[in-house]
Design a protein around this ligand. Structure first.
Ligand code: NI
Length: 389
């Protein structure tokens, strides 16, 4: 493997940062400890500009190359937040905060980008400006959007933006990427049925919202199977149903909620429309009222073709072409790097985390063996996109 030798030299140091971040997890925007750690390190490395408080608790570091004649500005992004999970494993650097845990490897993402920052600030072997983006609230809080809404892209003149996520199950030293949709758009829905309750032994006196809700849940299954083209992808999953309390009372109300995942705007619109039509039709048929609330979440994470090809080429220079899969299957999870890709061309890549527990699992841990690969990838993105000439 052609990892950067200078970065390999401080592999252990980067692993220590990773473990320090792991011990002090923060949820959503409450990542102050990690954000200060990042800002402190960037200062220590002597980067040219550090701006804190972008997107509430995000941090941006700017490193100018030895020359900046090219006018090129490349953004590289890591996420800093953890998850509300109780860490199971008794690691020497186990989370110090019960109920909070780095179960998605954002500790690794942050440390690897810091590793690249140290190297880039020391060598500056590029012609242009590297913008290092450390964002809060990836896990459902749209921190990426918050940073964009604060004008980050224009403020720093970012022209292209790149992101990376570790992937358990993919061997360390392998990458996966694809042009176009890589991760799903995520929407949440809440359905409330206002019916007519009754005595459980005299059901004809009401219209039983529980029966209505179960009909609805069944009917929603036909959207993916009968309305979406079999060659497209969609998920409609109901994750909770709530109704009633007593054994002998049919309740007045029932509600259920869940998630919608799609990889395409048109499919997304089809799912939303069919959902409203089907639910309203069933409610009308039973003589009940229904309220359908769909909350749009993260957009589809869609990689831009030229930047995808570029990212794959950079990854191949580090690990070899045979270890970069360029036809990675999309996954139906969401990712708020999507907001950055809506503002600027760029690409998101998966990097192998080896044989670890899955993301968001209580036994997950970022694999420190992958650090040199990830930091080398970032360093090479900057050096290749902005060659020193
Ligand atoms: Ni994640």
């Amino acid at each position: 493997m052609a990892v950067n030798n200078r970065i390999a030299d401080f592999h252990n140091e980067i692993a220590e940062w990773r473990q320090t971040i792991h011990q002090h997890p923060g949820l959503l925007y409450d990542v102050e400890e990690t954000a200060s750690f990042v800002a402190e390190k960037l200062k220590e490395f002597g980067v040219d500009e550090i701006v804190e408080g972008i997107g509430r608790t995000g941090v941006v570091g700017v490193i100018k190359g030895r020359k900046s004649d090219s006018g090129r500005v490349i953004g590289m992004r890591a996420d800093m937040d953890a998850l509300p999970i109780v860490e199971k494993r008794d690691l020497p650097y186990k989370s110090k905060y019960e109920g909070k845990m780095h179960a998605c490897g954002h500790d690794g993402h942050t440390a690897m980008l810091l590793g690249a920052a140290k190297y880039l600030a020391e060598t500056r072997n590029f012609d242009g400006t590297a913008v290092l983006i450390f964002q809060p609230a990836e896990e459902g809080g749209a921190g990426g959007k918050a940073m964009c809404d604060d004008g980050m892209m224009d403020k720093f003149g970012v022209q292209e933006v790149y992101g990376l996520h570790n992937m358990p199950g993919l061997p360390v030293g392998e990458f996966g990427i694809r042009s176009g949709p890589l991760m799903a758009g995520t929407d949440e829905f809440t359905v409330t049925i206002e019916g007519l309750g009754a005595h459980a032994a005299m059901p004809h006196g009401g219209n039983d919202p529980i029966i209505i809700a179960t009909q609805m849940v069944q009917a929603l299954q036909t959207i993916v199977s009968r309305n979406v083209n079999p060659l497209d992808s969609a998920v409609v999953t109901v994750t909770a149903i709530n109704a009633g309390k007593a054994y002998n009372v049919i309740p007045q109300k029932a509600s259920f909620h869940g998630t919608i995942r799609t990889l395409d705007k048109e499919v997304r619109a089809t799912v939303h429309n069919r959902m409203k039509t089907i639910l309203q039709g069933i409610a009308d048929g039973f003589g009940a009222k229904v309220d359908v609330h769909i909350k749009e979440g993260y957009p589809v994470t869609s990689n831009h073709p030229n930047e995808t090809e570029f990212a794959a080429r950079v990854a191949a220079e580090i690990v070899g072409e045979s270890r970069v899969q360029t036809d990675q299957l999309p996954v139906m999870g969401g990712e708020d790097f999507s907001y950055m890709l809506e503002e600027r061309p760029g690409a998101f890549i998966f990097m192998g985390n080896g044989d670890t527990a899955g993301l968001h699992h209580e036994e997950y841990d970022f694999n420190d063996e992958a650090i040199s690969v990830g930091s080398s990838y970032w360093a090479k993105i900057a050096e290749t996109a902005m060659p020193a000439g």
